[in-house]
Design a protein around this ligand. Structure first.
Ligand SMILES: [Mg+2]
Length: 119
């Protein structure tokens, strides 16, 4: 399946992209929430979005809020976060993220998460 990775760090994208490839998926990259919005709009066949929290231009929470208002993204959105504060995670879930994954994660953790959120 096609997965959009929204993260301002290219090394993180490269790492996640490699994991996804090994799991049989295709990754495309957006470097911030605004770019992510454009990529979602241009790729109607996306089946999953992995979303970073801290990014310039439009951060992950702003992306979730924009999608909450406009419903442009039909794919499930999983927050990738270094934030382990429960209230931050709750805020992401309250704003439309289906789940979250703590950075750094392994391919096994990513695979389990994909199985949980995608049917
Ligand atoms: Mg970041």
């Amino acid at each position: 399946m096609k997965v959009l990775v929204i993260d301002d760090s290219k090394p993180i994208f490269m790492m996640v992209s490699q994991m996804l490839k090994e799991l049989g998926h295709e990754a495309i990259w957006a470097e911030n929430g605004q770019d992510g919005f454009e990529k979602v709009t241009a790729n109607s066949d996306l089946e999953l979005v992995l979303l970073d929290w801290n990014m310039p231009v439009m951060d992950g929470l702003e992306f979730l809020k924009k999608n909450g208002a406009e419903s442009f993204c039909k794919a499930p959105i999983v927050m990738m976060t270094t934030e382990n504060k429960p209230e931050k995670i709750q805020e992401a879930l309250k704003n439309g993220a289906i789940d979250y994954i703590m950075k750094p994660f392994t391919a096994d953790i990513l695979e389990n998460k994909i199985e949980m959120v995608c049917d």
